[in-house]
Ligand binder design. Structure first.
Ligand SMILES: Nc1ncnc2c1ncn2[C@@H]1O[C@H](COP(=O)(O)OP(=O)(O)OP(=O)(O)O)[C@@H](O)[C@H]1O
Ligand SMILES: [Mg+2]
Length: 572
C-alpha cells in the first residue's frame, strides 16, 4: 500500500499531530477533576473550584475542536486513498487480456472495486487511526493509573489476560467468516448482473421464477454468512463487556476499602475510575478495529488478486511505435496456432495467409471453425500460441500496442455501444475525428437513422445501447470502426443483423472505404463475399482453400456447401 500513501504524507502528518493533541487534551481532564475534589471541593473553596472548572471546560472545548479537525483530515485522506486505488484497479482491468475477463465474473470484479475498496477506506479513515490512537491512550491511561495507585492499576492490567485470550479466539473464527461473506457478496452481484443483462432471455424462456429462486438462494446464503459473522462478533463483544464490567466492579470495591482506610483520597479514586472508564472506549475500539482491519486485509487480498494478475498481452521490450501514415497494411499470418487457455484442443492450427496492402480478404467457414478467433489476432486481443503475425513485415508484437490498435481496428458481431452520446460512441477510436468524418462514416454504415433520433448525434444511448435495434447498433459499431480509417480494418460478420436491402446499401458504401484499406472480413452470405478480392475458407482451424470466389465455387465443394448452407439459413 505504501506507494499510494506517499502523496498524502503531509496530510497524514497533520492528522497524527491532531491525534496526539486530541488524546493528551482528553486525558488531562480526569486528574484535574480528581484534584478539584481533593482540593477546593473538600475545603469548600468556591473561587478555587471555579478556577478548576474553567480549566476543565477549556480542555473539553479544545478536545472537541481537535477531534473535529482530526476527523476531517482522517476522512479526506481516506477518501483520496480509496479514489486512487480504485483508479489503479480500473486501469489494471483495462490492461488485462480479454481471457481474464472471460474467466472472471463481472460481479466479483464489481464487488471488489466497490465493497472491498470501501472497507479499505473505512479502515484508513477509522480503523488505522483508532488503533494507533487507542494504543497510545491505553498506554497513557495505564501510566496514570500506576501513578495514582499501582496496586489497583495492576488489578486493572490483569484483565488484559482474559481479553487477550478472548481476542485470539475471536480472530480465528471471524477471519474466515468475513472472507466467506465477502466472496458470497461477489456471487450475489454476479447473479444480479447476469439476470439484468439477460433479462430478455430470462423472460422469453419463462424462467423468471427459476432465476429468482437462484438469486434468492444466493442472497439467503449471503444473509446466513452475515448473521454468522455478526454472531461471532457479538458473542465476543458481550464477553468483552462482561470482563470490563467485572474489572470496574473490582476497582470500586478495592478502591472504596482503600479510601476507608485512608490509603487513597476520594479525588484520586474518582480520577482513577474516570480514567478506567476512559479506557473502555479505546479497548473496545481496538477490538473493533482489529476486526475491521482483518476485513480490510481480506479486502486488500481480494484486490491484490486482481492487481497481481499480469497483463498477458503487453509491449515487448523494445517494441516501437509506428506512425499510422507510415503503415502500408501488408498483413501476414505465418504458421499461426492458437489454443484458448482452458482448452487443449487447438482452435487454429498452422494458418498461413498473406493479405496485400489494400486487399480485402473474406474469411468463410462453418460455425465454430475459428473465424472470430482468427480475426481477434491482428489487433492482439489474443496472441497466437505458435507462429507469428506480421504487419508490413514486422512481428506485431514488436509494435507498440497503442499504435498497433490505432492501425488495426476491429468491429465485432455483437455491437457493444457505451452509455454515452452517439457522437462519443463514434469517436471512441479516434477522438480527434471531425464532424465530416463522423457524417461520412454514418453514411458508409447506412446509419443515417441517427439524425432522426431526438437529439441527433448528441442523443445518449441507453445502457449498452439497448434502446436501439440490433441492426441499428451493428451499423453504429461499423461506423465507429470506419471513423478510425485504420490501415487494417477487421470486421467480424458486421452485417449479420441487417436486412438484405440495407446490407446491399452498406456494401456499396463500404466498397469505397475498402479500396485503400487492407481488410479482413468474416462473411456468412454470398452477397458479402462480393466485397472481397479473395476468400479464405477456414475448416477446423486450418485454411482449407484460398482464392477468388468464382474459383472456389468451382474447385471447392466445401466452400459451396458453407456458403449455400448459410444462404439457406438466411432464406429460411
Ligand atoms: N473465449 C473462449 N474461450 C474458450 N474457447 C473459445 C472461446 N471463444 C471461442 N472458443 C472456442 O473456439 C472455437 C472457435 O470459435 P470461434 O468463435 O472462433 O468460431 P467462429 O468460426 O467465429 O464461429 P461463428 O461462425 O459461430 O461465429 C469454438 O470451438 C469455441 O468453442
Ligand atoms: Mg464468430
Amino acid at each position: 500500500m505504501k506507494q499510494y500513501l506517499v502523496p498524502y504524507r503531509i496530510r497524514l502528518g497533520a492528522q497524527w499531530t491532531m491525534v496526539l493533541l486530541n488524546v493528551v487534551a482528553g486525558l488531562s481532564i480526569p486528574p484535574m477533576v480528581g484534584a478539584a475534589i481533593d482540593g477546593p471541593i473538600t475545603n469548600g473553596d468556591l473561587v478555587g473550584l471555579w478556577r478548576y472548572a474553567g480549566v476543565v471546560a477549556a480542555l473539553g472545548a479544545l478536545d472537541a475542536l481537535l477531534s473535529l479537525t482530526r476527523r476531517y483530515f482522517q476522512t479526506t485522506t481516506a477518501m483520496a486513498i480509496e479514489a486512487d486505488i480504485r483508479d489503479v484497479v480500473y486501469g489494471h482491468l483495462q490492461r488485462l487480456h480479454t481471457g481474464f475477463h472471460d474467466r472472471w465474473q463481472t460481479g466479483q470484479l464489481l464487488s471488489r472495486v466497490t465493497t472491498d475498496l470501501g472497507m479499505i477506506r473505512r479502515f484508513f479513515a477509522g480503523g488505522m487511526v483508532f488503533l494507533i490512537m487507542s494504543t497510545f491512550m491505553i498506554t497513557l491511561i495505564l501510566a496514570q493509573l500506576l501513578w495514582i495507585e499501582w496496586r489497583l492499576a495492576l488489578v486493572v492490567a490483569a484483565s488484559a489476560v482474559p481479553l487477550f485470550l478472548l481476542g485470539r479466539g475471536f480472530f480465528k473464527n471471524f477471519l474466515p467468516a468475513a472472507r466467506a461473506e465477502q466472496d458470497q457478496s461477489g456471487e450475489v452481484s454476479s447473479v444480479a448482473e447476469e439476470s439484468a443483462l439477460g433479462i430478455r432471455a430470462v423472460k422469453a424462456l419463462g424462467r423468471g421464477p427459476l432465476m429468482a429462486a437462484r438469486f434468492g438462494k444466493e442472497a439467503a446464503h449471503l444473509r446466513d454468512l452475515g448473521i454468522r459473522k455478526s454472531y461471532i462478533a457479538s458473542r465476543s463483544w458481550s464477553a468483552f463487556d462482561a470482563i470490563a464490567s467485572a474489572s470496574l466492579g473490582t476497582t470500586l470495591i478495592l478502591g472504596s476499602i482503600m479510601v476507608a482506610n485512608g490509603g487513597l483520597s476520594l479525588g484520586q479514586l474518582s480520577a482513577f475510575i474516570m480514567l478506567q472508564l476512559g479506557m473502555l472506549w479505546p479497548i473496545e475500539a481496538a477490538g473493533w478495529v482489529l476486526a475491521h482491519g482483518n476485513e480490510a486485509m481480506t479486502a486488500a487480498d481480494r484486490i491484490y488478486e486482481v492487481l497481481d494478475t499480469e497483463p498477458a498481452i503487453r509491449d515487448r521490450p523494445g517494441a516501437r511505435a509506428r506512425d499510422r501514415s507510415a503503415i502500408r497494411g501488408a498483413l501476414a499470418f505465418e504458421g499461426v496456432e492458437f489454443a484458448y487457455d482452458d482448452d487443449d484442443r487447438k482452435t487454429l492450427r498452422g494458418v498461413d495467409l498473406a493479405v496485400k496492402p489494400g486487399e480485402t480478404l473474406a474469411i468463410a467457414g462453418k460455425t465454430g471453425s475459428g473465424k472470430t478467433t482468427l480475426v481477434s489476432l491482428p489487433s492482439r486481443l489474443n496472441d497466437p500460441t505458435g507462429g507469428r503475425i506480421t504487419l508490413d513485415g514486422t512481428d506485431i508484437r514488436d509494435i507498440r500496442l497503442d499504435s498497433l490498435r490505432r492501425a488495426v481496428t476491429t468491429a465485432f458481431e455483437e455491437a457493444t455501444l457505451f452509455s454515452m452520446s452517439v457522437r462519443e460512441n463514434l469517436a471512441l477510436g479516434r477522438p480527434d475525428a471531425d464532424e465530416h468524418d463522423l457524417l461520412e462514416a454514418l453514411r458508409v454504415a447506412q446509419a443515417e437513422f441517427v439524425h432522426d433520433l431526438p437529439y441527433g448525434l448528441d442523443t445518449r444511448i441507453g445502457e449498452q445501447g439497448l434502446s436501439l435495434s440490433g441492426g441499428q447498433r451493428q451499423r453504429l459499431a461499423l461506423a465507429r470502426a470506419v471513423v478510425v480509417r485504420p490501415a487494417v480494418l477487421v470486421l467480424d460478420d458486421p452485417l449479420s443483423a441487417l436486412d438484405v436491402h440495407t446490407e446491399e446499401l452498406v456494401e456499396r458504401a463500404l466498397e469505397q472505404v475498402l479500396q485503400d484499406t487492407t481488410a479482413l472480413i468474416v462473411v456468412h452470405r454470398p452477397s458479402t463475399v462480393a466485397l472481397a478480392d479473395r476468400v479464405a475458407l477456414l475448416h477446423e482451424g486450418r485454411i482449407a482453400a484460398v482464392g477468388r470466389h468464382s474459383e472456389l465455387m468451382e474447385s471447392s465443394p466445401d466452400y459451396v456447401e458453407v456458403l449455400s448452407a448459410e444462404s439457406e439459413e438466411v432464406a429460411a
